[in-house]
Design a protein. Structure first.
Length: 375
């Protein structure tokens, strides 16, 4: 949750975020590259743990019809939330000229599919998830006819794509649901690991994490399969390493899943040993993920608008309709990377007290107010 805010601060406020990609090796720097790369961990871990939480909820309820209803309605609610509150938080555009399908909607889609698989064994669901993760990159080799229905369906389910809805509105499939569904299904099946004794669980997480990272290194070094972006030798060893690590998130390639989920399992292996005040502070954000997600977007966007005003722009010059978050198009604006980090720290610190308050409110009223279960 904390690292995620860094990516959104960079997206909205960094001076080069509109015109340049932080992973474009011709223009990036190592620190900018890894400012973006470290946040790659966020979405796959969110989706994986959404699946795991669905498993834990299913086991706790021990009631298939009730679990199905909860997952299905939660999935629909998340998709609705994405196209309303979240989309507005991203663009601040009342005209909704852009509808973007991102991580909240893809989790919602995954919950809906999971609700239909409750009678299947976790092992079968996990195998299905692994097949998706390991094999979906093969579909890009199929020569779909341009503008065909098959190409349209493939694009909406498996690839990053933008489609015009009408002359004023564009739909962007940023998180193709099937590849991300694979991660959620594996997360659901992995719920059984969390039922193991602590030491056995830690040992298993360590083995899975190391295996995934080593497999990533082997496949990436072979440079044959697992990611549409191949690595190449660059001007020096540092940039060659950046090329090696420059994997594809949209959609999440096999190599993207191996390294991010591998690191996740390594974190799991060591996280249970973490105690003390720092750990308690971090938990405050993790206990109210949806509340934090929604509020942090609006806070960052308000900070961005304040920066635009401080840099001499007025409201009329801000462009909210073309996907630049309100920043003036074709004009240099924003702050340097050091300031991005300072804003990020400020955002996270500012949200500590609200998250602490909402966490206590949620804990005290979760039985009386059922809607709190969605946050």
């Amino acid at each position: 949750m904390i690292i995620m805010a860094l990516d959104h601060v960079r997206d909205l406020t960094h001076i080069n975020s509109i015109s340049q990609s932080p992973t474009d090796l011709s223009t990036t720097t190592p620190i900018l590259f890894f400012t973006r790369w470290i946040t790659y961990l966020c979405a796959p871990i969110f989706v994986f743990l959404a699946g795991t939480s669905a498993y834990i909820s299913f086991k706790r309820k021990n009631n298939i019809p009730e679990s199905r209803r909860f997952l299905f309605t939660r999935g629909l609610w998340l998709i609705l939330l994405e196209f309303t509150v979240v989309n507005f938080g991203i663009f601040f555009n009342l005209g909704f000229n852009i509808f973007i399908f991102e991580v909240i909607a893809t989790i919602g889609f995954g919950f809906i599919i999971l609700s239909m698989t409750m009678k299947l064994s976790p092992k079968f669901i996990g195998i299905a998830g692994l097949v998706i993760i390991f094999c979906h990159n093969l579909l890009s080799l199929i020569p779909f006819a341009p503008n065909s229905e098959a190409k349209t369906i493939y694009s909406l389910l498996f690839s990053l794509t933008a489609m015009p809805v009408n002359s004023h509105t564009t739909f962007i499939m940023a998180y193709p649901p099937i590849p991300w569904l694979g991660i959620m299904l594996v997360g659901f099946a992995s719920g059984i690991f969390f039922e193991l004794p602590v030491e056995k669980r830690k040992s298993l997480f360590l083995k899975i994490g190391l295996t995934a990272v080593l497999l990533f290194i082997a496949l990436r070094f072979a440079n044959i399969y697992g990611d549409p972006s191949k690595w190449t030798s660059q001007k020096n060893i540092a940039y060659t390493f950046l090329s090696f690590m420059n994997i594809t998130k949209y959609p999440p390639s096999l190599l993207f899943c191996l390294i991010t989920l591998g690191i996740m399992f390594l974190i799991f292996a060591f996280a249970e040993n973490l105690k003390g005040r720092y750990w308690n502070v971090v938990n405050v954000y993790g206990k109210v993920p949806m509340f934090y997600f929604l509020v942090h977007f609006y806070l960052i966007h308000c900070v961005m608008i304040m920066i635009m005003f401080l840099q001499g722009f007025n409201w009329a010059s801000l462009d909210f309709a073309s996907g630049t978050y309100g920043r003036p198009k074709g004009v240099e604006s924003g702050v340097n990377l050091l300031t991005v980090y300072l804003i990020w720290v400020g955002v996270v610190v500012t949200l500590y007290k609200p998250c602490l308050w909402f966490g206590k409110y949620k804990s005290a009223h979760k039985q009386q107010k059922k809607w709190l279960s969605y946050f």
